[in-house]
Design a protein around this ligand. Structure first.
Ligand code: PXP
Length: 236
């Protein structure tokens, strides 16, 4: 299992004061140097953390993969086609939300998503769809042409240590199995941390985990390198 590090919240901290500290590109390079497989950034419509220039800088200066999280909008499609990240992960986006709250409704907008992913795939960009772990969304995702899904692990993470943990975990496990049977590769992320991540080992064939908030939070106390290495050790 690979680790992609989401560095959005390095930008959140930087933007609290303006200026360039902490430097987002330096953060990306540290993650790269300690073995992360990719850097994820979510260029939100309101640019609340990562800015266009960050994406450009990171894409031009890292050797590992850049995974660009983005909404299904013409603006974001044009940016992706210009920057050509290794992959994009399509997410739903609501302006008022604190973080991505649910998965993309692929089943409800199958035609739109299928059309949207075409030029991205034709440009050689891998496409991943961030979906809730349910059968309907997996089946729809397999029809779009996207190569990956990223399972939303938020419900599992919230349920961890409670009586609903098992039910939420099983949704992930079943979803991953079905997706792989349908020819999709499977990533997972959202809300994963140093305590709850270990159960991802119980899901066969998971390709990459995308983790942000818990790593950046730990980095405040122990440094980014140690925070990434500790997470790597847990998911290896
Ligand atoms: N994957 C996706 C699609 C996300 O939107 C996010 C949050 O930006 C993450 C993974 C990482 O979530 P967290 O910051 O909770 O680790």
């Amino acid at each position: 299992m690979l680790l992609g590090v989401n560095i959005d919240h390095v930008a959140t901290l930087r933007n609290a004061r303006g200026g360039n500290d902490p430097n987002v590109l330096v953060a990306a390079k540290i993650c790269e140097n300690c073995g992360a497989s990719s850097i994820t950034t979510h260029l939100r419509e309101d640019r609340r953390h990562i800015k266009d220039e960050d994406v450009k800088q990171i894409s031009e200066n890292i050797k590992i993969n850049l995974n660009l999280e983005m909404a299904v909008t013409d603006e974001m499609q044009a940016i992706a086609l210009k920057i050509k990240p290794h992959s994009v992960c399509l997410v739903p986006e609501k302006r008022q939300e604190v973080t991505t709250e649910g998965g993309l409704d692929v089943a409800g907008q199958l035609e739109k998503i299928t059309e949207f992913v075409k030029p991205l795939i034709n440009a050689g960009i891998e496409v991943s769809l961030f979906i809730d772990p349910n059968e309907e969304q997996v089946k729809a995702s397999a029809k779009t042409g996207a190569q990956f899904i990223e399972m939303h692990t938020g419900a599992y993470s919230n349920a961890y240590g409670t009586e609903s943990e098992e039910a939420e975990f099983l949704k992930l496990k079943n979803c991953a199995k079905l997706a792989q049977e349908l020819g999709l590769r499977v990533n997972a992320g959202h809300g994963l941390n140093y305590e709850n991540v270990h159960r991802m080992h119980e899901i066969e064939g998971l390709y990459e985990l995308n983790i942000g908030h818990s790593i950046i939070s730990k980095a405040v106390f122990v440094g980014l390198e140690q925070a990434v290495v500790e997470m790597q050790n847990l998911i290896r």
